[in-house]
Design a binder for this molecule. Structure first.
Ligand code: IMP
Length: 187
């Protein structure tokens, strides 16, 4: 774990990409879409820690069908996880999902390495169905072919923070989604 933290940039000085109101509106719309598609069924939301925690909390509260949630965590060595392509599970689901309707919930679909790894892993548990919800999608950065079923916003290739998303673990609690003035190394 590196102790050389980059300089703290006050989040209030960063450009807002999506305001908390815009985010809330899109999350509600996604919740409605999911509620309609799964009407009469029960679903399990599986959030990818830590980035998806806030999105999952809001999404779960806008879904009207029977739902439970669980979390997984994958290894992260700063941005090296993306450039090396090595993703490792460090926390598995707590409850079985065999025969259940599952939605994997992620903060950002970027290169696609994390979600394609997790999708493969979850499919081994034989869920009845498996879909993907992501708050943000950066299609330009994709290294492996994978698409999300539910997306709040498609964005170009800039590095963002807030609404659960971090840079060096900071800024997750920022309510809006904001653009880092400079892309971190390797991005
Ligand atoms: P990938 O799709 O495997 O490349 O990785 C997606 C993960 O990379 C996300 O869950 C985030 O944790 C992280 N990530 C990608 N782009 C950004 C960004 O702009 N800000 C913060 N985290 C990001």
């Amino acid at each position: 774990m590196s102790t050389n933290l980059p300089e703290f940039v006050p989040p209030g000085t960063m450009e807002v990409l999506f305001s908390k109101e815009q985010i809330a509106e899109r999350v509600r719309a996604l919740g409605k879409e999911i509620s309609e598609e799964y009407a009469g069924q029960a679903i399990v939301l599986i959030g990818v820690l830590k980035g998806a925690a806030i999105f999952l909390a809001d999404l779960a509260r806008s879904i009207e069908v029977d739902n439970t949630f669980d979390f997984v965590a994958v290894s992260s060595y700063g941005r090296a996880r993306v450039s090396s392509g090595a993703v490792k599970l460090i926390k598995d689901i707590d409850n079985p999902i065999e025969g259940k309707h599952v939605i994997l919930v992620e903060d950002i679909l970027d290169t696609g390495l994390t979600l394609s790894y997790l999708r493969g892993l979850m499919l081994q548990h034989k869920p009845a169905s498996l879909k993907i919800a992501t708050c943000l999608d950066k299609p330009e950065r994709r290294l492996v072919p994978i698409e999300a079923d539910y997306v709040c916003f498609k964005i170009p290739n800039s590095f963002v923070i807030g609404y659960g998303m971090d840079y060096a673990e900071r800024y997750r609690g920022v309510e809006d989604i904001r653009i880092m003035p400079e892309n971190p190394p390797g991005h």
